[in-house]
Design a protein around this ligand. Sequence first.
Ligand code: 16G
Ligand code: ZN
Length: 536
Amino acid sequence: DERILAAAQKHAIVPLEQGQLYKYGTAGFRMKADLLDGVTFRVGLLASLRSRKLNSQTIGVMITASHNPAVDNGVKIVDPMGEMLEQDWEHLATNLVNAPTPEDLVQYYNQLATDLKIDLSAPAKVIYGRDTRPSGHTLVAALAAALEATETEQVDYKILTTPQLHYLVRATNTEGTPTSYGEVSEVGYYKKMADAFVRALKGRRINGPLIVDCANGVGGPKLAEFLKHVPQDKVNFEVKIVNDDVLRPEVLNLESGADFVKTKQRAPPKPAPQPGVRSCSLDGDADRLIYYWIDPDTGFFMLDGDRISSLAASFIGDLVESAGLKDELRIGVVQTAYANGASTNYIRSHLKLPVMCTPTGVKHLHHVAQSFDIGVYFEANGHGTVLFSPDALRAFKTTEPQSPAQQDALTTLAALSDLINQTVGDAISDMLLVEVILAHKNWSLRDWAMTYNDLPNRLVRVVVGNKDLFQTTDAERRLSHPEGAQEQIDAAVKKYKDARAFARASGTENACRVYAEAATNSEAIELAKQVAQIIE
Ligand code: 16G
Ligand code: ZN
């Protein structure tokens, strides 16, 4: 107790304005980096408790603020199988971080141990990584101090992408077991993916070069490292990495990256876009991916998370059919309310697959995707992955093929299950998946774009007095509060053809968001404006 108290005094919490609390939200704790020292220390305490609670399994802590500005940072906990922190513990994190004094903190820490029947003398292990933000360095020191004070074994993996840390947590906890996830090292991550990439491509040629914008974040150096593991004699993968300056912190996510491309609906201005060349953008911690190209005739065209989702579902659905597993394995797609209505319709009517809708935030999608044998989930912003159940993995390995075509489908499915990060959305892994599918189908981005036409849409940010007044139901598609607001939105939507709109409080910013789609662009804009006025 004295060691924790002494360390806590060195990593004090900065009091927020009257009435405001730190909150473990969809992205953990995320804010201006200078508020985070004490927060990160306390997250370290909780991570050690969680490891002790879960039979000394390894817990992860990632320090990143993803696509947010360079001055922000964040801290979040990764559970043993590489998943997000269990929801029940989010409010424990919130309580622990908001304990006002170091003495209150130690008292609450001990009370948690008692209430949750945690043996504080049991071994504990926490591993961690951070993105390229300069503030990450001091935050890691605060985390390490908490782990030392609680006699927790720790491994500092230094700079990583978020999905790499998730990989390492799962690999650590499965090491030496039949479900081993891979070698417990950063190199192990590259080797596993490069091997699966070659196996999934099956000698098919990749159609021309790919430009990858890395948002001047951690994805740049890590993608370069990955490419060294791809055998040049087996794969013609020509990648041009751009926006990979991680030495000047101020350029992180600046006019670049997946979030910029998705929200601005245009290519990063620098370097000057090359018309016709297949391009994609990662975000600042390399867990989101958006594809696009500049068409010489029609201009910018974007392929977002909904497109990646429908591409993956279509390809995997066909493989499962060729593998003769259609009646055995249930494939489903999980989206949020932000998914373009045309994508939902395409997946249901054309691919004939079930689509589920969940609230925003990866943990919700991930959870529902686990209810399928093959669960494809993506947020429109480009964050997502494909999950394979133990039954699916077994079927790929043990089904006796009756034809070369069936065998081919089975081995491709097995390769995909290794290529696709099973812990969390991973931009590098997702990018390789897209490249594999395009190579198999011999498609350009234009071919991919032709599968369906997006409904015109608008996303606006609305500053409101108190965003907490806005409460939703039906996977955030309807407002339950304030009373009467939903009826007004319904009335506005009714005036337009093929229209849909919703409003929700942001989980990461002090504002509300309004999404509207309609048959034409001008109608989508009008509708978004009207809904914004309703909630203002
Ligand atoms: C977080 C979520 C992201 C979601 C976004 C919504 C994770 C890892 N990240 O960044 O998935 O799309 O929040 O932000 O879950 P909003 O609530 O401000 O709209
Ligand atoms: Zn991210």
